[in-house]
Design a protein around this ligand. Structure first.
Ligand SMILES: NC(=O)c1ccc[n+]([C@@H]2O[C@H](COP(=O)([O-])OP(=O)(O)OC[C@H]3O[C@@H](n4cnc5c(N)ncnc54)[C@H](O)[C@@H]3O)[C@@H](O)[C@H]2O)c1
Ligand SMILES: N[C@@H](CCO)C(=O)O
Ligand code: NA
Length: 445
């Protein structure tokens, strides 16, 4: 267990010196005086764990601070604080657990690990009597976890909806604004340091799903893991979908939607049998919706709660310096707690709520269908919707040579009803192809 004399500097180990780690090291150095004043003791770099000693990096470091032995570094007695910015499940999990066992407080930006196995880490922190903070894990620099954990701790959050992945927002924004291709826009996002080491995590929605799980856990005081989240990425979004959205006055965004569904209620106000629904998928939203104005790699999170009403958090969701800002904010927080001998709020998952399947989520659909251009087709298509209890809001028809395209927008229905309708449409003789199916959010049912 670490023993720090009362006036000695607090010593920090940084694990990983990539896009985020190099900026954490830079800020620790550039702002050493202010950080010491804010914490009440200097914060000194004890070591930086890297994969390769000779790799090029964005910050100069004395050779004696670098090590490839991350496990040895977090096991050292003179390390009070550990910043984990390696990413992925292992060795990050073992390193964090070892750091806590050795008495260090931990700051991590690792949403993949927190969403997969957060409870193991929270229990270890509890047992060790140390803090585990992770503001950088969701929406980069935007303060969102602390507001949910602390500022809204007296309110009842009912919905969180956000754009929480910078890479996919960057790609969709480029496709919409400049007509750029998917691959070209993704490469630019990678060059700018927004994308995960394997960008599949971004484009297939895994990164946003991990963040959604973390948000839902904090918002609804219940454990939600990545596997509880319905996830669809943006790889199937086509230029035609984006053009179709534009014609409707909409834009396509990858949304993370976390909802609390009221239970039967026993009248005591606890709503113990309320359930949660968490989903990540591309959706069309009206260009007039505030989330539509979130451009490039910016993120935004809307929070709806009973007493506060609607809150919006907006800012840079990815990139080295913004993410390092959130890491340093946490580092100051855990360091202050070390100085005063306290701990911050730990996990709050007392509610143990059920997670609803995607089929029960209420959404609206935009469906583009190539059909034969002959009498009765519209009625046949409309019947398919009504047979599944889905009400149609608008239908637009564009004639072509011997076929036509119908664009149908439904009213709100369950996802299961809408999926059954699309299946039904695909089986109809008059339907040549269902060319685009996308959910529509941000409009009244
Ligand atoms: N880049 C962003 O915009 C951003 C934003 C928020 C959160 N994050 C999270 O921050 C973490 C780091 O992301 P990044 O963008 O800096 O990634 P990165 O790939 O640029 O950096 C990770 C570094 O860790 C090193 N590493 C891997 N295994 C190691 C080991 N065993 N010991 C020591 N070093 C090792 C790699 O060599 C690499 O330099 C991830 O969890 C990521 O999800 C990143
Ligand atoms: N790859 C992530 C980094 C921030 O968490 C993104 O693009 O949002
Ligand atoms: Na954040």
């Amino acid at each position: 267990m670490t023993r720090t004399p009362p006036d000695a500097p607090l010593r920090v180990a940084v694990l990983g010196c990539g896009v985020v780690g190099s900026q954490v090291v830079r800020l620790l150095r550039d702002q050493a005086g202010d950080l010491a004043a804010r914490v009440g003791r200097p914060i000194e770099l004890a070591g930086v764990a890297v994969r390769r000693l000779d790799a090029p990096r964005d910050v100069d470091l004395p050779a004696d601070l670098l090590t490839t032995d991350a496990l040895g570094l977090v096991s050292r007695d003179d390390v009070d604080l550990v910043v984990e910015v390696i990413g992925g499940i292992e060795p990050a999990r073992t390193l964090i657990l070892t750091a806590l066992e050795h008495g260090a407080s931990v700051v991590s930006a690792n949403k993949a690990l927190l969403a997969e196995d957060g409870p193991t880490l929270f229990e270890a922190a509890e047992k060790a009597g140390r803090d585990l903070y992770y503001e950088a894990a969701v929406a980069g620099a935007i303060p969102i976890l602390r507001p949910l954990r602390e500022s809204l701790a007296g309110d009842r959050v009912t919905r969180v909806i956000g754009i929480v992945n910078g890479t996919t927002n960057f790609v969709l924004d480029k496709m919409d604004s400049s007509g750029a291709g998917f691959a070209e826009a993704l490469e630019e996002a990678q060059d700018l340091g927004y994308a995960e080491a394997d960008p599949t995590a971004d484009v297939e929605g895994f990164d946003a799903a991990a963040k959604a799980a973390i948000l839902a856990s904090l918002a609804f005081h219940s454990r939600v893991t990545a596997s509880d989240v319905h996830r669809e990425g943006i790889t199937e979004v086509t230029a035609a979908d984006i053009a179709s959205a534009r014609e409707m006055g909409c834009v396509v965004k990858l949304l993370a939607i976390c909802e609390l569904r009221p239970g039967s209620g026993d009248g005591d106000g606890d709503d113990e049998d309320a359930a949660v629904a968490v989903r990540v998928h591309p959706a069309m939203i009206p260009r007039t919706h505030p989330l539509a104005s979130v451009r490039e790699a910016y993120n935004a999170v809307f929070v709806e709660s009973e007493a506060a009403g609607q809150l919006m958090f907006y800012g840079p969701g990815a990139g080295g310096p913004p993410t390092a800002s959130a890491v340093l904010g946490d580092l100051v927080g855990v360091a202050r707690n070390r100085v005063t001998g306290t701990r911050g709020a730990g996990e709050s998952a007392y509610a143990d709520r059920a997670v609803l399947p995607m089929g029960e989520a209420r959404t609206r659909y935009h469906v583009a269908i190539d059909v034969d251009d002959r009498a009765g087709v519209l009625a046949t298509v409309a019947t398919a919707f009504s047979e599944h209890g889905v009400s149609i809001q608008t239908v637009r028809q564009e004639g072509r040579d011997d076929d036509a395209q119908l664009v149908v927008v439904s009213h709100g229905a369950t996802d299961a009803q809408l999926a059954a309708t699309v299946e039904h449409l695909r089986g109809l003789d008059v339907v040549r192809e269902v060319t685009s199916v996308m959910r529509v959010e941000g409009v009244e049912e």
